[in-house]
Structure formats: C-alpha cells, structure tokens
Design a protein around this ligand. Structure first.
Ligand code: CO
Length: 136
C-alpha cells in the first residue's frame, strides 16, 4: 500500500488564533506545533488527534494559494495528506498511472518533511498531499 496512514487533514482558516481557540474549547486539544512556512505562504498549526493530525492553515497573503482558496471557497477543508515511506517512489508510481502532479519533485514542508501535492482532478476534486514519514 502506497499510503499507509492519514497524516493530516488540512483546513483553510481566516484566523489561526480563532480556529485554535475553537478546537480548544470544543475538543479540548491544543496544537503540538505552530510555524510559518514561507514557501507555501501559510502559517500552520498541527493538532494531534489519535494517530493523525488536523492542520490549520492561515494564508500569509491573499495572493498565496491558500489565500486564493479562501476567497473562492471560504473556510473549509483544503487537502488530505497521506503518509508514505518513499515519496520519490510514490511520485514515480503516480506518474506511471498518468496522474497529474503539482510537484514533480518533493519539496520541504512543515516539520521538515518531504512533501508533494497531487492535482485535485486526479481524486474526485480532492487535493492530495504526500508526506514522507520514515518508518511510521
Ligand atoms: Co498539509
């Protein structure tokens, strides 16, 4: 199996502090990390739930990909991230199926993980992120 876990589900939010406060009051969970990822134009917070995470994304500017997503769709689910052990191998496999990749080669995402995005047209309109997580 290429994807062995749901690494996180990402939600685009207008205000990270408000979204974190909502998670705290409704589900009694707090972020395990919070960081600015300049390359993706977001500030993100990771909330651990069971063996997986919810990733909250606030855009750094309206012109960033998440900023454009918010102005088109408003707040809501942005992508699902699958954990893979070998991201280059996963991309190679997806390429062999004809899947359209947003990232032909991995880049470094939050937490220093190698990540790559697959175009939403390939999976029922769902933006997929691959996250390389050693031997989970
Ligand atoms: Co993500």
């Amino acid at each position: 199996m290429l994807a062995y876990n749901i690494h996180h589900v990402a939600i685009a939010v207008e205000n990270l502090d408000d979204a974190i406060a909502a998670f705290e009051s409704q589900y009694n969970v707090t972020p395990i990390s919070r960081e600015i990822v300049e390359e993706q134009g977001v500030e993100e917070a990771m909330i651990a739930i069971g063996g997986s995470h919810v990733q909250l994304l606030e855009p750094l500017s309206p012109e960033s990909p998440v900023g454009r997503f918010l102005s088109r769709n408003g707040e809501g689910m942005h992508h699902i991230a699958f954990a893979v052990r070998d991201i280059e191998g996963a991309l190679e496999h997806l390429r062999s199926t004809g899947a359209r990749l947003i990232d032909e080669t991995p880049r470094i995402g939050g937490g220093g993980h190698k990540i790559a995005f697959v175009h939403p047209t390939e999976l029922a309109g769902t933006l997929v992120e691959l996250v390389e997580v050693g031997h989970g």
